[in-house]
Design a protein around this ligand. Structure first.
Ligand SMILES: *Cc1c(COP(=O)(O)O)cnc(C)c1O
Length: 390
């Protein structure tokens, strides 16, 4: 017979890893102890607070240097960046776009903004992201390759793109996924919203897709308040991304001419000022977050029925949010553990509700989602702010 999961041991272990404080410990808090006040003040003093100003281009340049991806277009948030990328990847009304069922709702919403249909795929235990082998086998079964692209034989719709998401900062296994994209002629757009600072085989996440997305929301590794970015190595796509996100206005000293339906998606200068200061801290944040992850891993080693999720061999993760995984068979204790930890002031959270269980996405096409279903029941996110490592 299996031993009972010892919830007290788990709580005590968490309390040993985390600093003892009076008030509660948040899941992820931003830290503004660098040049944030200075740069934001300079931005206000300059009068340039909106979409033009030196901090926007500086922020873009520094993100490009940090990630090694050539072109960066800063935008208002990660969701807007996803919408822009999908359009530029050629996703049109009536197309289908593959993505993990285990993701944040923005990934699916952005597909709907294009008039397209999300198609949900399973994750794998090794990365918590898309399972490339399972996806490849599934596509072999359900698709038909025509000269104009890959079609879903069941729905009759074109399968246009795949959007892998690097879950809680952990890189998807990109090499076999790239192979699937090649075999089925699918465009690759990476949702790297959570994985700034995470590498796959030594290269930054977001380097593999034709286009990729970052988010600088308040809870992400670094923040601009609200913000996001489109990244690409393709210079013509970069020009289009910039154009599309600035109302598609044609450059002219005074005239207002626009040559397509654009969006007001550009990041304001005041947000970019905050971002420039945050970016200076990023290497330190990541070092601290990796140290905290290691502390969790060591503390929980040997505890019956649970483990702390560890990066795969090919990955260098930012450990955006740490993950406690209950073993199969112990998922019945998950709600109790959430309740006990939150009552103790340790903010823990379950993962997102799987996309196909949300009312607006319940009728979307999907493959067998056994792994995602299992992970959804067994997973708990732990407090992960960089300063908790101190
Ligand atoms: C945060 C996030 C987004 C959206 O970013 P926002 O800046 O909040 O719009 C998209 N996808 C994933 C996986 C995210 O975690």
């Amino acid at each position: 017979m299996k031993k009972e999961l010892d919830l007290n041991t788990i709580i005590n272990t968490l309390q040993r890893v985390l600093p003892s404080i009076q008030k509660s410990i948040a899941l992820h808090e931003p830290l503004f102890t660098g040049n944030e006040w200075d740069y934001v003040k300079k931005c206000l003093d300059s009068g340039w607070v909106s979409s033009a100003g030196k901090y926007v281009s500086l922020f873009e340049k520094q993100i490009a240097e940090y990630t090694g991806i050539k072109h960066v277009i800063a935008v208002v948030n990660g969701t807007a960046a996803l919408h822009t990328c999908l359009q530029l990847a050629g996703v049109r009304a009536g197309d289908e776009v593959l993505m993990p069922a285990l993701t944040f709702v923005a990934t699916a919403n952005a597909v709907i903004y294009c008039g397209a249909v999300p198609h949900f795929a399973d994750s794998e235990e090794k990365t918590l992201g898309l399972d490339p082998l399972k996806l490849g086998n599934y596509l072999k079964d359900i698709t038909e390759l025509r000269t104009v692209g890959c079609f879903n034989r069941k729905s009759g719709r074109r399968l246009k793109a795949v959007v892998p998401m690097h879950t809680f900062g952990h890189p998807v296994d990109m090499d076999p996924l790239l192979d699937v994209c090649r075999r089925f002629g699918l465009a690759l757009v990476e949702d790297a919203a959570e994985s700034l600072g995470s590498l796959y085989k030594g290269k930054h996440t977001g380097s593999w897709g034709r286009l990729s997305v970052l988010s600088f929301n308040g809870n992400k590794v670094i923040t601009t308040g609200g913000g996001g970015a489109v990244l690409t190595n393709d210079s013509s796509l970069a020009v289009l991304a910039r154009h599309l996100t600035t109302q598609a206005k044609l450059p002219h000293p005074w005239a207002f001419h626009h040559d397509m339906v654009g969006y007001n998606y550009r990041m304001p200068n005041i947000n970019a000022a905050l971002g420039c200061a945050q970016l200076e801290r990023l290497p330190e944040f990541i070092r601290q977050k990796r140290a905290l992850a290691l502390r969790y891993q060591e503390a929980f080693a040997g505890i019956e029925g649970v483990r702390i999720f560890k990066e795969a061999d090919f990955a260098h993760s930012n450990y955006w949010l740490n993950i406690l995984l209950l073993d199969e068979g112990y998922s019945g204790k998950r709600e109790k553990l959430l309740e006990l930890t939150n009552r103790q002031g340790i903010m823990t959270r379950p993962p997102w509700t799987l996309m196909h269980k949300l009312i607006m996405y319940q009728d979307c096409p999907r493959m067998d989602l056994a792994c995602a279903e299992s992970l959804e029941k067994r997973l708990i996110n732990l407090p992960s702010s960089a300063f908790l490592a101190e």
